[in-house]
Ligand binder design. Structure first.
Ligand SMILES: [Zn+2]
Length: 432
């Protein structure tokens, strides 16, 4: 129930560029995953601790120290159990510690003269917030408490490496890459930054002079203060033409980390299959007899029949590249989501408030209303997805599922987000 001519969208030359950019993206992502694999799992709860320490330090300055530590060197006849039993903690916590240690494959054998270091939070029910076990003279395993689910996450670390939380910000003067390099940000982090924003930003076209970014990430330094490794990005904000695109690292399930925007939506956004509510799929992608022209022709989109005036949503975050007349497509909106995907919405009766070329939209934002403008036999939305310049079947797309935190998960995320915001202000204060 629609129609319009293929030449409505004339910018074919950019499709070639999109493809090239996508390939670059793929290469970069591959390089990134390889290097990332070597870094193993990351330290998870330090943000919380840093924040907590700062706050509590103020409150308990004159009282007993909240945080204490204990070092123990294993002796002949010790077992992990006997060592854990020496700690001044409750039964349940002892069991948790012992189970954690016994689950660590590299700690199967306990030797004499192995160093253990436990860190206590004396105000907490479960006191141990962190502990380390030396595996040999150069390596140790660090266990950090995940407060949210009362468990530990382990990480092998080279000894004497200190983890720093780094904050950097700058205005982009030439390219984002060059600006980042001149701030001393390691390539690993820059690649990760680009990968994270790759779901919503086309770095070749969307980043302009005088845009800016802020970033908080982990860095490991050796005894000479030389950076030997990088860790995770904890927070980032990319400001493009005065729009903030923020992302927060968050562990939403044990050992499952993702990045979310300030509303708790994963940045790994999929495109919505049906960018309209209460509609009926009336014509799918593929060959069909054309309702107006009468002959068989490829239908390069999906039609959803819905009453005139039904709101149409942006199926993903992105930038409006067209909001105007598309000939057979009538009033149409075209959105560019990233360097790979674009979507088109045709036959609208009118555009959403503020929807015009160059505007950034969020997934779910109303961009227009169902109509029957252009070559159309009745009110419906004609929806197209363009992948690397090629129209594809939106109903068969396999994209990463974009997690949305709701209810209790959302509450927990808010707490984590506030901690990161506090950490950020602290780091900014230190800069000045
Ligand atoms: Zn159609």
């Amino acid at each position: 129930m629609k129609i319009y001519k293929i030449k409505e969208y004339k910018e074919y030359s950019i499709f070639l560029w999109l493809a090239i950019i996508a390939i670059i993206g793929l290469v970069v992502t591959t390089i990134y995953s390889n290097s990332k694999n070597q870094q193993s799992d990351l330290i998870k709860s330090s943000i919380g601790n840093t924040y907590l320490k700062k706050t509590i330090e103020e409150l308990t300055k004159n009282l007993e120290p909240r945080y204490t530590s204990l070092t123990y060197i294993s002796q002949a006849g010790d077992t992990y159990e006997s060592i854990v039993n020496k700690l001044d903690v409750g039964k349940k916590e002892k069991k948790l510690l012992l189970d954690t240690i016994l689950n660590e494959n590299t700690l199967k054998i306990l030797r004499v003269n192995q160093k253990f270091k436990f860190k206590f939070d004396n105000l907490s029910n479960y006191k141990i917030i962190e502990f380390k076990i030396e595996t040999d003279k150069k390596n140790e395993i660090l266990f950090e408490k995940l407060v949210a689910n009362n468990s530990f996450v382990s990480k092998k670390i080279k000894k004497n490496f200190k983890k720093n939380i780094v904050y950097k910000e700058t205005i982009i003067t030439n390219s984002l890459y060059n600006s980042a390099v001149s701030l001393g940000i390691k390539p690993n982090i820059i690649i990760e930054f680009a990968r994270l924003y790759g779901f919503q930003v086309d770095f070749q076209r969307d980043v302009w002079k005088d845009d800016s970014f802020q970033i908080i990430y982990e860095e490991f330094v050796n005894e000479n203060d030389k950076v030997v490794d990088t860790g995770d990005i904890i927070f980032a904000n990319l400001n493009l033409q005065n729009t903030d695109l923020q992302l927060y690292k968050y562990e939403y399930e044990k050992n499952k980390v993702d990045y979310f925007d300030e509303t708790g939506k994963s940045i790994k956004k999929t495109l919505m299959k049906t960018p309209i509510n209460g509609a009926r799929l009336s014509s799918s992608y593929g060959k069909r007899k054309h309702p107006i022209l009468g002959y068989t022709k490829m239908h390069t989109g999906t039609d959803f029949a819905a009453p005139k005036g039904t709101p149409i949503m942006a199926s993903g975050d992105g930038k409006v590249t067209k909001a105007g007349w598309c000939g057979g497509g009538g009033n149409c909106v075209k959105i560019k989501h990233n360097s790979t995907y674009q979507t088109v919405y045709a036959h609208m009766s009118k555009f959403g408030r503020g929807i015009k070329r160059g505007v950034r939209v969020k997934q779910g934002q109303i961009i227009g209303y169902v109509g029957s403008t252009g070559m159309s036999t009745g009110p419906h939305l004609h929806y197209e997805v363009i992948e690397n310049g090629k129209k594809v079947n939106s109903q068969k797309l396999k994209l990463p599922s974009g997690k949305v935190l709701r209810g209790n998960d959302r509450k927990k995320f808010e707490v984590s987000k506030i901690k990161i915001d506090v950490l950020k202000s602290n780091l900014i204060t230190k800069l000045n």
